[in-house]
Unconditional design. Structure first.
Length: 202
């Protein structure tokens, strides 16, 4: 389990670097650093930090947020968030990277979601694939692509809609409807493809 968590953390870091390096700079905008709360529109990347971090902003760039409790609303091109509690209730047009003790996706992400936490819950919509690692991963929402999970427990409710295949470590406790396509893998193996490179739509 620890090996798989380390793998997913490394994967998240690699994706973050590819995203930052691969996405052209928003030349018309300006990067902004804000303490705790942000509203309005930002034509560039927005950096948020503090104890209680709340964003309801429209970010035409990358939203990076870190704090004890992080709540992301509004709209962003990309989102990267870390905290004890991380919740996403707005819309992320491309990819989201989320890490925390509890991670809750209630909004919509246009492409891939990478989430690591003790408790990871998906109640919203993932436009492409979900990559999740944690003690307990729960899916109640919609995933338009595949699901890759490394967890002690995976729960997929009857309300969930998964277009692709669920790949989960064989040691995980699994609860899901019979209609869901599930493939297990040995715990020593990686649940994700050998290389993951986000598409550049710019």
């Amino acid at each position: 389990m620890k090996k798989n968590l380390r793998f997913v953390f490394a994967l998240m870091l690699a994706l973050a670097l590819m995203t930052v390096l691969g996405v052209p700079a928003f030349a018309a905008g300006e990067d902004v650093f804000v303490l705790e709360t942000a509203e309005g529109s930002y034509d560039g990347s927005l950096f948020l930090a503090g104890n209680q971090v709340v964003s309801g902003a429209d970010v035409r760039g990358i939203l990076l947020a870190a704090g004890q409790n992080v709540s992301i609303g509004g709209v962003g091109e990309y989102a990267m968030a870390a905290g004890s509690s991380v919740s996403v209730g707005g819309a992320v047009l491309n990819d989201a990277l989320l890490a925390g003790n509890s991670v809750d996706l209630m909004g919509e992400v246009g492409r891939d979601v990478f989430a690591v936490g003790n408790f990871v819950t998906v109640n919203g919509v993932v436009g492409r694939s979900l990559y999740a690692a944690g003690n307990r991963v729960t899916i109640n929402g919609t995933v338009m692509g595949d699901v890759y999970v490394s967890a002690e427990s995976l729960v997929i409710s009857d309300a969930a809609a998964i277009a692709g295949t669920v790949r989960v470590n064989e040691s995980a406790s699994l609860s899901c409807p019979a209609s869901v396509s599930v493939v297990t893998y040995a715990d020593a193996d990686s649940p994700a493809p050998a290389a993951v490179k986000p598409e550049n739509t710019f």
